[in-house]
Write a protein that binds this ligand. Structure first.
Ligand code: ADP
Length: 380
């Protein structure tokens, strides 16, 4: 009996302490009343927090969906309803049943599996969506869905405009080129000045044609009009072929092309024409920007699950301030130099977009004054 009283007394004192009351000045009734009040206040606080949270989810920009470790939907705001198919009363249902949209389910599963943020661009009906999914500490995941239709439309409009302009301008330039070539084919009756002017017209018309062609290619790749099917191939014979193709140009400039390949096959998943174009542009640049009597190296090696192909030159290199920008269209470190060596300023932009479209990744390292190394990582 006394044990029970002691327990009650201890509980009473703990209750008083939690409310900051003096046990000797407090009756049991007062304590019970105050504890009830405190509990009601805490509940109201919790309710308010829950309402705030629900409000936040509801008014978050875009769609927001949260699932538990059991893949059942815990939170789903009206932003999801606006862009994806959602069944009635989705809360508590399995994700695949509640929101039957495969790319969302896949990206959430991937985020949970890898414990890292995953991003996916996809199309749902008339919407272009960007989904970002992130794993949560309790084993569930959260996904934010952004409607990027207007951004994509603007990109498509820009791309369409560039390809229409390039197409329109290419036709008259082709005609100019035709006339200059015809005249240059019979230079006998031409005086020296006229010949020089004709050669300048021919050179510039050729340059314009290359710019229009590359702009059209870029627009096509950006719009993914070209099917970019990947094939598993041993990259070594392709690199050897490429080196053979460029050896004459290198010889003419007094540059030695050195190919270093391992004995084992280097199988990667590539789009064959895109691979030739990517590597061709990098080798062409290495030759273009190298001094004569120098060496351009082409190497391939395995790095984890990727095959890395590197093109190294002993040219002027690229200052770190320019390294991230040289992949932008028309960005040239030295415009005069690029023009002199026949550059268009579009080669590396093409390389970047071809890599993006075929799951490869391009990068550059350079110690200015000591050459540059461009590397491309191809998926296996
Ligand atoms: P371009 O037709 O002018 O060569 P690119 O897009 O191929 O255009 O390259 C963009 C710029 O990057 C070049 O103008 C040049 O300044 C720089 N660059 C590219 N490759 C090299 C290289 N191997 N060495 C030094 N600079 C380079």
């Amino acid at each position: 009996m006394s044990g029970r009283n002691e327990l009650l007394q201890a509980a009473f004192e703990r209750g008083c302490l939690s409310l900051g009351r003096d046990p000797s000045q407090t009756s049991m009734e007062e304590l019970l009343r105050d504890l009830t009040d405190a509990k009601q206040r805490a509940q109201r606080h919790l309710d308010r927090n829950e309402r705030l949270q629900a409000n936040f989810y509801e008014h978050a920009p875009g769609g927001l969906i949260m699932v538990g470790a059991d893949l059942r939907i815990r939170v789903l705001n009206s932003g999801v309803h606006a862009v994806l198919p959602v069944v009635p009363d989705p809360i508590g249902r399995l994700l695949s049943g509640g929101v039957p949209f495969k790319p969302l389910v896949e990206v959430i599963l991937l985020a949970m599996e890898r414990g890292a943020r995953q991003t996916r661009e996809c199309v749902a009906g008339r919407f272009d969506l960007l989904i970002r999914a992130e794993a949560l500490e309790d084993g569930g995941a959260i996904a934010v869905i952004a409607d990027v239709s207007s951004i994509q439309q603007a990109a498509r409009a820009r791309s369409d405009f560039v390809s229409n302009v390039s197409h329109e301008l290419r036709t008259p330039v082709t005609s100019i080129l035709g006339y200059s070539e015809t005249l240059l084919a019979q230079p006998e009756g031409l005086d020296a000045d006229t010949l020089l002017m004709l050669q300048a017209i021919d050179r510039n018309a050729n340059r314009l044609t290359r710019i229009f062609d590359e702009l059209l290619d870029l627009a096509r790749i950006e719009a993914r009009l070209q099917e970019m099917d990947l094939n598993e191939v041993d990259l070594r014979p392709m690199i050897q072929d490429l080196a053979r193709t460029w050896s004459e140009t290198a010889d003419l400039r007094g540059i030695r092309l050195k190919v270093e390949l391992p004995d084992l096959p280097m199988v990667a998943r590539v789009h064959i024409q895109a691979f030739d174009r990517i590597l061709g542009n990098l080798v062409a640049n290495a030759i273009k920007y190298s001094p004569s009597k120098s060496e351009v190296g082409i190497r391939a090696r395995m790095a984890g699950s990727r095959v890395v192909v590197e093109v190294e030159d002993q040219g002027p290199g690229i200052n770190p301030a320019h390294q991230s920008r040289i992949f932008e269209r028309f960005y040239r470190v030295d415009k005069g130099r690029s023009r002199d060596v026949g550059g268009t300023g579009l080669g590396l932009a093409l390389v970047k977009h071809l890599c993006l479209a075929t799951g490869a990744k391009v990068g550059v390292r350079s110690n200015p004054g000591h050459g540059a190394t461009f590397s491309v990582r191809f998926p296996t």
